[in-house]
Design a protein around this ligand. Structure first.
Ligand SMILES: [Zn+2]
Length: 388
């Protein structure tokens, strides 16, 4: 009897030990703490694929969809045609109004003549206060003298009316090459004049670095983005062909630290929405760093208490951004930020296999997230229509 109890205790300890070893950062167990009687039995019917299994939830809780944001919103990370036609702009603005989207920052990237035309296309309409342009940099053929030339163009573009630089795309870091054939690292000194000029002109730099960390991991059944990676081959970054996630993060952080007077907005929360303590540490160490929430709602909504506390603590550092412009997706953001709703769907089922929970952010925090922080970083933004 005694030895059987001891044996059982040993097995339990071993099982718990394995569980912890497999889930390094407070993750979930494999679904069972220990083998149950009949654990090796098979389903009587063929198991559905992960694409077929869509169980109807029987949970009955109150639902508060939010079709219209509580306060006017500035989307710091939007992609629109550049230049945009009058007809396209009319149609975009018509879709913004019911959402309470007030201003879109077109971060698609136009420079030189194309930027001038893009700004004129907006200004020559009744919607001139609804969309603004950022300028961009192509990072092609980077060699001696590139940084100075790009900095001069940046200055000209800002004079022409660009309110910021970006979105600097993920190709910068992942794939951009220098003229000598080597990979252009994020902290390459040749680019220093660009970041210094952004600081002098007091414009923010919206920068997207790498992609979710799972895209850099093996495509196995422990990967929480398995389906997405299986569906989209271009979201896989095998180590044979790409730098590692952590290498890109290290280069990025060196860039942010090297230019403390340059305001950087890390797109997609720097891909650390799944590790908010890490992003919080970065905010603590780098006062020039901001972040936007585009395309990482699935991470905020699965940790509503931690995300609430994070967004309250860093309420002056996070901006609203959405990335792809799909009007029917914005209400998921409003609902997640504004309500305390529980267990509701995300809008892309191949992205997240889990449900979302509302953060119920205080009004003062919502206002900073939706527009206050953007107005502070970009004094030249149209300021009409925002509560004082
Ligand atoms: Zn983008």
């Amino acid at each position: 009897m005694h030895s059987r109890a001891l044996l059982l205790a040993t097995i339990l300890t071993a099982a718990v030990g394995v569980g912890i070893a497999q889930t390094p950062r407070g993750g979930q167990s494999d679904g069972a703490l220990r083998p149950r009687p009949g654990a090796n039995r098979e389903p009587e019917f063929p198991a559905p694929s992960i694409r077929d299994y869509k169980p109807r939830s029987t949970l009955v809780v109150s639902q508060h969809p939010v079709p219209r944001a509580k306060y006017p919103v500035i989307d710091i990370h939007s992609h629109q045609p550049a230049p945009i036609s009058r007809q396209q702009l009319d149609s975009v603005v018509a879709s913004m109004d019911p959402l309470n989207l007030r201003v879109l920052v077109n971060a698609s990237g136009a420079t030189g003549t194309s930027l001038v035309n893009s700004i004129a296309a907006i200004r020559n309409t009744p919607h001139r206060d609804r969309m603004v342009m950022f300028t961009n940099i192509n990072f092609r053929d980077v060699g001696p003298g590139y940084g100075e030339r790009a900095a001069r163009q940046l200055e000209a573009d800002v004079k022409a009316g660009a309110l910021g630089l970006g979105e600097i795309m993920k190709g910068f870091g992942l794939s951009a090459r220098k003229t000598d054939g080597s990979r252009l690292t994020l902290d390459d000194p040749e680019l220093d004049p660009i970041w210094a000029t952004a600081a002098r002109l007091n414009i923010p730099v919206l920068i997207h670095t790498a992609d979710p960390q799972e895209f850099f991991q093996p495509l196995d059944f422990q990967n929480e983005r398995w389906l997405e990676m299986a569906l989209y081959p271009d979201r896989r970054y095998p180590s044979s062909r790409y730098p590692a996630f952590e290498q890109l993060m290290a280069e990025r952080d060196r860039l942010f630290r090297k230019h403390p007077k340059t305001t950087f907005i890390a797109a997609h929360m720097g891909w650390h929405a799944n590790d908010l303590a890490r992003l919080g540490k970065m905010f603590d160490e780098m006062p020039n760093l901001y972040a936007e929430v585009g395309a990482v709602l699935y991470d905020l909504g699965r940790q509503p208490r931690a995300a609430h506390d994070f967004l309250v603590k860093y309420q002056d550092r996070v901006l609203f951004g959405k990335d792809s412009y799909q009007p029917d997706e914005f209400p998921y953001y409003w609902r997640t930020f504004e309500t305390a709703d529980e267990y509701f769907d995300y809008y892309r089922d191949y992205h997240a296999f889990w449900k979302l929970y509302g953060l119920a952010l205080p009004d003062a925090v919502l206002r900073k997230l939706y527009y206050g922080n953007a107005l502070r970083l970009m004094p030249a933004l149209p300021r009409g229509g925002f509560p004082q």
